[in-house]
Design a protein around this ligand. Structure first.
Ligand code: FE
Ligand code: FE
Ligand code: ZN
Length: 296
């Protein structure tokens, strides 16, 4: 069993224990990292930091021997930095992301995963330029002691999403004046749905390295996909129950080159139960358990 494997899942942060509860949830799955939203994923309402039991959560993180560097926050996904149709809304989106970066620092978390945006019929070049400019604006106004990086997530290509191939992500980074603050979150379901052959890991890594650079990889989202390669759908599936399957995902998760990178599961609940304990166990053992979902 590989207990050094850095693997966890997204966890909730709810009353009454908030961050302390998030850490407890992650530990209950045998995780040694996790991802959370600092509030609801689908809106930007955020509870004051003082109410979130951050110091209690951090104390438990310390006691459990978890390396805080591996914990990540996901930005709310309603934000679209490429939408320039309504400038007031655009400024509001920027404030939301800036606020998330400040909140991350309060949790001592230094990676914020962000869906780059959607071009909404304006074309990908317009969108990539708008996003890069917005990010520069955000970074330039942050407090000096903020060191949080943004991990741009590879998207599946549903709707008018951008960031759907390595070239677009690379271009987005190159357009920014804060390149050292930008990295990438590779989502296995999304790249499959975007048309990459996840079974050919060497080619996938080679392309990523050539176009973006493996040193830019900050997080891997580990999800099976309900849909075949190139479907542009973005429907996550439990490990081994989708079109990618355990072996291809396991080979990525346990790859030596990704040893220091947090691997985060975002697979769906099954029968209202979290699947993460079993999924984490299988990856730590490097061995698939057929029909594991029947015994969650
Ligand atoms: Fe995401
Ligand atoms: Fe993801
Ligand atoms: Zn997704």
């Amino acid at each position: 069993m590989n207990k050094d494997l850095i693997i966890g899942c997204h966890v909730s942060m709810n009353a009454p224990d908030y961050y302390l509860g998030s850490v407890k949830e992650a530990l209950s799955y045998g995780a040694n990292t996790f991802m959370f939203y600092t509030g609801a994923p689908q809106n930007s309402y955020r509870k004051p930091l003082e109410e979130l039991k951050i110091s209690e959560g951090r104390q438990l993180i310390k006691e459990a021997g978890i390396n805080e560097d591996n914990i990540v926050v996901h930005a709310p996904y309603i934000v679209n930095l490429a939408n320039m149709n309504d400038l007031e809304k655009h400024e509001a989106s920027k404030r939301i992301i800036a606020n998330e970066l400040i909140r991350c620092e309060a949790f001592n978390v230094h990676v914020l995963v962000l869906h780059p945006g959607a071009h909404m019929n304006k074309g990908e070049d317009f969108a990539l330029n708008a996003i890069a400019k917005a990010l520069d604006d955000i970074f330039s106004k942050l407090p000096q002691d903020n060191h949080v990086k943004i991990a741009l997530e590879t998207m599946s290509g549903k709707g008018s999403e951008v960031g759907i191939n390595f070239e677009q992500i690379s271009k987005l980074i190159s357009l920014s004046n804060f390149k050292d603050r930008l990295g990438v979150c590779l989502d296995t379901c999304h790249v499959n749905d975007a048309g990459y052959n996840v079974f050919d890991k060497e080619q996938l890594f080679e392309q990523f390295d050539k176009i973006i650079g493996l040193d830019k990889l900050l997080v891997v989202h580990v999800n099976d996909s309900k849909n075949p390669i190139g479907a542009h759908k973005d429907r996550h599936e439990n490990i081994g129950y989708g079109e990618i399957g355990f072996d291809a995902l396991n080979s990525i998760v346990n790859d030596e080159r990704l040893k220091n990178i947090p691997k985060i599961l975002e697979t769906p609940y099954f029968n209202q139960l979290p699947p993460y304990k079993k999924e984490i166990e299988m990856f730590r053992n490097g061995k698939f358990v057929p029909n594991w979902r029947d015994n969650i």
